[in-house]
Design a protein around this ligand. Sequence first.
Ligand code: NAD
Length: 488
Amino acid sequence: MSFKSGDKKGKSGNRPLVCVQGLGFVGLAMATVIANACDNNKIPIYNVIGIDLPTNKNSIDIINGGELPFKTEDTSFLEELNRAVLINKNFFATSDVSFYSQADIVIVDVPLNIKKRSKNDYSKYLLPKKPFEIAIGLLGEKIKPDCLVLIETTVPPGFCSKIVKPILEKHFKLRNITSSPIIAYSYERVMPGKEYLDSIRNYYRTFSGIDDISAQKAQSFLESIINIKDYPLRREQETESCELAKILENSYRAVNIAFIYEWTLLAEKIGINLFSVIKGIKNRKTHNNIMEPGFGVGGYCLTKDSLLALWSADNFYNSMYGLPFSKTALEVNDKMPLHTIDLILQETSVRDKKVAIMGISYREDVGDTRFSPSELFYKELLKLKGICFVHDPYVEYWPECQEAPFISFDHSLKNVDIIAFTVRHRCYLEATKEYLLEISKEGALFVDAFNILDDKKISFLLEHNRNVIGVGKGHIQRMKETINCQKY
Ligand SMILES: NC(=O)c1ccc[n+]([C@@H]2O[C@H](COP(=O)([O-])OP(=O)(O)OC[C@H]3O[C@@H](n4cnc5c(N)ncnc54)[C@H](O)[C@@H]3O)[C@@H](O)[C@H]2O)c1
């Protein structure tokens, strides 16, 4: 494939070329936004080539057909991808790394995993950084000296200056390039879901450069793809600050979630509705982002990012203090799904019971199952000899639990003893109380692990001989008592 021959108007060969390294949940969205960035005459500004590993050929082929390799609620994503690939023809995907040599800008969106080595002590971690270093080394071997390398991968603070820069410099030296590599960092706040592309284009961005030239190049590029009129860019002076900002943002959220967990336990004991309490607290402006009770925390970012900072503290900066608070939050959050199991066991044994887990992605309205809290939930239920089924409107295959049998959100649930709503997918929120009644059997236990059922639905189900429990919903016990009093 080549823009020079495949160009509709014969002009695309002259546009700056942006290569996006890694076409996953972030890279593909970013590539689509870049390919759809237009000048005042509505002409695309860039040619874009997305480069992924040969092992990801299936996704590459799907993308080149103008389709998305995963499901999303953001319909504009598919439209824009389709327009770029099939109509404007300024975007294609490949595994051919030779294209890096033509790039004016490379966006790095490859993963950097950190693995937890002990379930109980998160100071034992492993950062396999080799694949990331290989990805950067490949750029060092191929890119033009003046190519901007914009890192978006979430990395430990210090990575750009202490890992990326030396790797690129080493390769430049081998190639007798005397100029310094141009390196910038700008983290993604992309939110897969209904506003997937908007969370890139219409959202605040922080960036930094390894030096002034790098920062200026990154700024001009970001200005051309992001709505800076409404969302001005923010520059941090050092790449370390920008790298740390991303992780601190996510750690703040993880800590906020872990904090509310202990209050959830107490509220349930007292027999109160913590959602109602929190609604009142949110009226106070300083407290309006307090988290609500939930099933657990999942996904590729919130479950690991604090550990990247811990790695940095341990390996780059020899910080004796570390990040005990943030580390504890990760530990609390990872075990949170077990609380829903405790709630179930207070009502009934799981042994030989049919359990439907409604929601296996890591968050609402997305099909990404990485580090989903449903995984621990599922595995623990199996250990308790439950007979588990799973449902998710966005997932057809669960890579982490491949043997899990799928069930439909319909009358198939008539045989099920326990129906656990674990993800706030739209279709669950939209199910009417009548529908829930119709598809469940008498005596079935509904588990509302993520505030999916409102009080009207809960009391309707209770009145119709279904049982209901909920995380953070201690008040359900009182509802049951009232209904029982009315019955007898
Ligand atoms: N998913 C999110 O919501 C999100 C949000 C903000 C930031 N991030 C960060 O963005 C980065 C990417 O996350 P993601 O969710 O897109 O991951 P992903 O696993 O969905 O995608 C990564 C892609 O990179 C490809 N890849 C790996 N090595 C490669 C190489 N050498 N060359 C080319 N391609 C390569 C993989 O095949 C995969 O398709 C991570 O650092 C993540 O922490 C993710």
